[in-house]
Every structure is written in structure tokens, then in C-alpha cells.
Ligand binder design. Sequence first.
Ligand code: PMP
Length: 285
Amino acid sequence: RIAYVNGRFSRHDQAVVHIEDRGYQLADAVYEVWSLFDGKLADPEGHFARLERSLGELQIAMPMSRAALTMVLKETVRRNRIREGLVYLQVGRGVAPRDHAFPHPGTPPSIVVTVKAIDRAATEAKAAKGVSVITTPENRWGRCDIKTVGLLPNAMAKQAAKERGAAEAWFVDEMGLVTEGSSSNAWIIDADGTVRTRATNANILRGVTRYSLLDILREQGMKVDERPFTPDEARAAKEAFITGAGTLVMPVVAVDGQPVGDGTVGPVAMKLRSLYIERARATAI
Ligand code: PMP
């Protein structure tokens, strides 16, 4: 495997960043993950727009143009000879002597790109069975709309899910409402067929898969309500699912060990999964 680190391609097992990199010291870095279909980046526009927004909120300059960055991403993919997988990009404030305040604005940003293969057949088999989620109290900072590498609460939530045999953890806020998953957005389909997901504010990530799916839902003429839901409402719903570049659209069949609806994979979630994949493959670059 090959990684791109600050202007160079190197062997993945030998790729390193400096100990004074602010991404390492202070989680002062943001990231994006693209799903890769047949060697092409899915939802390119949405991920670049969000990257620019995350960087802007942190006053980190875009390290190079979108076109140049696309070339770096695609060259890293090419060198890895991976067709189906995930592309990871991290952009940080760079290397500077440790100090909480930002270094000189001229400090070059750090850029890392890695690519990993995913087994589409295994993911499809997983989708056909559906996954379980657990719930956990929301304990993240107030700017979850910025996609930073400060993921410790997310990592702890995912580990708790894993220990309980679940695939994802849903954070639940003080009002008892689900915010989102540790690495995905959360959705339900109500008894009347309305598709529900929380509106985006500073509390959740603006999932690129979420926005693409909202477009698809509108095209399909389906009812959408951007309103949060409780874990009880999820269990009482007809269907539930999660979205993200890694899972695409993944049916959820249980919440905290209790079935969602009749506990089987819902036809609507599976239909949305195939519509999303079809669209992502068609628009990938
Ligand atoms: N929420 C969180 C906290 C995430 O980490 C992710 C995955 N990056 C998502 C939602 C889904 O976002 P996307 O559809 O852009 O992958």
C-alpha cells in the first residue's frame, strides 16, 4: 500500500508525520472520507464543499486547489490499485512547536492521503441482514459540524457498540433525541412512510451521503421530515437506517437490543440503498 504525506508518496508502513504535527498534538486537523466505486470518488462535490467549510471554520487555508487535490487523491488511488474502497484525506494546521494558539499563518498545512479496499460483497451481505445499534449519552463538543480528527468520544461510543455486539452507537442528547451515529447519520421511516432525520446544525455532521439521499427522496416524491426522533420512536418506526461514506445506506434492525418495527430489514431502506449506489456510481469522478 502507498500513502501520500506532505507532497510525497511513500510505502504505507513507512509513512510518518512529525511529533510536533498539530493534528497529533491537538487534533488540529480535519478529514474527509470518499467512497470509491470502480476507482472513482463518490459524491466528489459534497466532500470538497464540506472540506472547505471545515477548514474555513478553523481558519486553515485550503492547501491546494480542488483540481490539484483531486489529482493527488486519484494518483494515490491509482498507485494502490484499489477499485472498491475508501479514500481518507486529512488536512491539518501543520507542524509547529507545541502551543495552543495558532502558529504563524504561513505554516504549511499537513496533508495525508490513504486508501483502503473494502469488500463490497461482505458489505452487501451485512446490509441484507441489517445491523444493531446501541444508544449512548451525547458527550461531544458543540461543533460536531466541523469534521475534525478529535474523535475520542466517537471512538469510545463505537467500542461500546462493538462490546455489545452492535455495529453503531447513536448519541442521544439531553432532550432524549438521537443526534447521530459515531460515524453515520441516523434515520427512521414512520408508520405513514415519512422519512425522518435530524436537521443539520452545529450538533451533527452534515453528512454528504445524507444530502445525496435527501435529493433522491425528493426525486422519488417521498415525504421527508427533518425532525429528530427518540430511541423509542425508532423502535416504533417501520424501518430505521444509517448513512455514511463507509456504510452507504445500512438498515438498522435493533436499537439497544429491541427490534425496530418487526425486526426485519425494511424494503424501503434496501431500495434507498440501491438508488444511492446507482447514483453514486453514475456521478463518481
Ligand atoms: N456523522 C459522523 C459523526 C461521521 O463521522 C460521519 C462519517 N464521516 C457521518 C455522520 C456521515 O457522513 P458522510 O455521509 O459524509 O460520510
